[in-house]
Design a protein around this ligand. Structure first.
Ligand code: GDP
Length: 181
């Protein structure tokens, strides 16, 4: 009798200021839907799916921390055990971009990754459908280069470039898992 191997569970977490579109981006990816109704989540939504990555079956978990921004004590345990972190900002808000450094540091302290120097971050600029942009692609890319993070941008509303950041996050998460398990 052959025993079925228990699939690896990979945890990808979305963090960033309230209102940047974390829930919308995840909802677009998971449910292929978008709603304009503002919904401030309190607690965490998490989505889980079985998927094949580089020929291996894994369980991909995506954690949306929307609503926990105001409750740092809630955010803390949520970060632990993550394999990739997506730092989300709104391209029409330089404040939301400026806040990413604080979010990143907070994640590294509270998330306790095994090796903070090689933990994979993805930076995601949302709302590229809007014309009143305050953060250029170039500026965001420059910051990512300094950090060693990968940059993606898109729009949950216009359904633009939503799949790729999640696919890349899953790949990086698997690499991180393999390195440290
Ligand atoms: P969260 O607090 O980071 O989870 O943000 P939400 O997903 O709740 O979105 C905050 C607001 O931004 C809502 O009113 C959304 O409809 C809006 N929003 C989210 N994504 C986009 C986008 O790509 N383009 C535009 N124009 N609005 C968006």
């Amino acid at each position: 009798m052959t025993e079925e191997k228990i699939p690896t569970t990979l945890k990808v977490i979305l963090i960033g200021n309230s209102g940047v579109g974390k829930s919308s981006f995840m909802n677009r990816y998971v449910n292929h839907r978008f709603t304009n109704a503002y919904r401030a989540t309190v607690g965490t939504d998490f989505f889980s799916k079985r998927t094949v990555l580089d020929g291996e079956t894994v369980i991909l978990q995506i954690w949306d921390t929307a609503g926990t921004e105001r409750f740092q004590s809630l955010g803390t345990p949520l970060y632990r055990g993550s394999h990739c972190c997506m730092l989300v900002f709104d391209v029409t808000s330089s404040a939301s971009f400026g806040a990413l450094d604080v979010w990143r540091k907070e994640f590294l302290v509270q998330g306790e990754p095994p090796d903070p120097s090689d933990f994979p971050f993805i930076v995601l600029g949302n709302k590229t459908d809007l014309s009143d942009r305050e953060v250029s692609r170039r500026k965001a890319q420059q910051w990512c280069e300094e950090l060693g993070a990968e940059y993606f941008e898109g729009s949950a509303k216009a359904d633009m470039d939503v799949e790729q950041p999640f696919k890349r996050a899953a790949q990086l998460a698997l690499q991180q898992y393999k390195k440290h398990t």
